[in-house]
Design a protein around this ligand. Structure first.
Ligand code: HEM
Length: 388
């Protein structure tokens, strides 16, 4: 659907964004020149931030495919160029998720604990595949623990317009926003520079009041309530049951709840649940103190996330560190990639902090893209071998 017939390239629109598509998910007032967009998942149409990120990786795909076609002396078939490009981008995504995202969410202690099998190797192949590992997505993960919605704020930051931000709800299913000139690039820049909201039980106003809001209506859905209800729809264990399944200290009474969350959160939870045993997994999990005082989430969400990402890695025969996927030279190159380098290469951004998922700080200063690319861009020459 996303590929141009048999070509190595992906479909795109003039501003180099994902292609237009059918009116999926009922976009607001789509028109012939501003249609809904297509991606692997129709939910891309939910908001402009998703359109921007998908478009960023589409640009990276087409950049690599063009390089491979232009630079291969033997002239690869289009199929070969497409498949090799797909493999490179998939490996990059795996590397960035494990290297840049997981240590932040879980903290370094959990990430580096060898029993969890999450930490990537610095050199050589990993061969972590286990044919008995179930790599499907756990319901506790999708319906609760990975719903990190507490991190999102009320606005989408459109940088380069003097830091202008637009209310999040204006972007829901709204092609009129994402076709505005330069908006995707401004968003890529803005999302890189804007701090996330604190990870806690406080959700932004938009998430609690304006999810799916129609332009002519004052209110929309409460995403926090949807998340809790979704857990019930899927029959998730309760919060105390999940603590037990994870081998964490049990929650039997209010003082246990206070220790795991805070006095204030425990008071909130006990004011709405008539019995502690009824506490929904999402409500309890989102209220916990950060795991080991260093992760973003608490220990019960961390338990589910750790198990899920361990399975995604060890249950994947084609995880990029395995010895049947890349050559040693190619693997060395993939290990250089960073999300900042992808942003520098595929947008007009000229400066950024190197660890782009973390806020700018004295140890993570904003630097020129030239410097970022010198340390973290992937040399594509080793991938030409496969082309011949
Ligand atoms: C940035 C703004 C975001 C918006 C507006 C948003 C909105 C939504 C909505 C409306 C749903 C469907 C809920 C349902 O009906 O069950 C959803 C699901 C979900 N969201 Fe988000 N979300 C955002 C960011 C995030 C982030 C940062 C994460 C964490 C990585 C995340 C993780 C998830 C997950 C795991 C699901 C369940 C998906 C599934 O079951 O297939 N979301 N989100």
């Amino acid at each position: 659907m996303m590929r141009i017939n048999e070509s190595p390239l992906m479909k795109k629109q003039d501003v180099v964004m994902v292609p237009g598509g059918a009116n999926a998910l009922s976009c607001v007032a789509p028109s012939a020149d501003k249609p809904c967009v297509d991606a692997g998942d129709v939910r891309i149409n939910l908001h402009t931030g998703l359109v921007a990120l998908h478009s960023l990786f589409l640009r990276e795909h087409n950049r690599i495919a063009k390089f491979l076609v232009d630079r291969s002396p033997a002239g690869p078939t289009d199929e070969m160029a497409f498949q090799v490009t797909r493999k490179i981008v998939s490996a990059m995504l795996q590397h960035m998720a494990f290297k840049e995202l997981l240590p932040l969410i879980l903290g370094k202690k959990i990430y580096n604990d060898p029993r969890n099998g999450l930490a990537l190797k610095e050199n050589g192949f990993a061969n972590s595949y286990g044919s008995d590992v179930d790599a499907t997505v756990m319901v506790e993960f999708a319906a609760a623990a990975f719903r990190l919605h507490t991190l999102s704020g009320n606005e989408l930051p459109l940088l380069m317009d003097n830091g202008t931000e637009t209310p999040f709800f204006l972007h829901f299913f709204n092609p009129n926003m994402w076709y505005k000139e330069g908006v995707l690039d401004k968003l890529i820049a803005g999302m890189a520079r804007k701090r996330a909201q604190q990870f806690d039980a406080d959700f932004s106003f938009v998430f609690q009041n304006q999810m799916y809001k129609a332009m002519d209506k004052p209110m929309g859905f409460d995403q926090l309530a949807v998340n809790i209800q979704r857990g019930r729809d899927h029959g998730l264990p309760t919060y105390p049951q999940m603590r037990k399944l994870c081998g964490l200290p049990p929650i039997n009474d209010v003082s246990d709840l206070q220790r795991a969350t805070s006095a204030q959160n425990a008071a909130s939870l006990t004011s709405v649940y008539s019995h502690i045993d009824d506490t929904d997994f999402y409500a309890g999990g989102i209220s916990e103190k950060p795991v080991n005082n260093e992760g973003l989430c608490g220990p019960t969400f961390a338990c589910v996330l750790t198990e899920q990402f361990r399975r995604l890695k060890m249950g994947d025969r084609f995880f990029y560190e395995n010895d049947n996927v890349l050559t040693p030279e190619q693997l060395t190159e993939i290990r250089r990639v960073s999300l900042a380098s992808i942003m520098c290469l595929n947008s007009p951004i000229d400066k950024l902090q190197a660890r782009v998922l973390e806020a700018e700080s004295p140890t993570n200063p904003v630097m020129s893209c030239k410097d970022i690319l010198a340390r973290s861009s992937v040399r594509l020459e080793p991938f030409l071998q496969k082309m011949m």
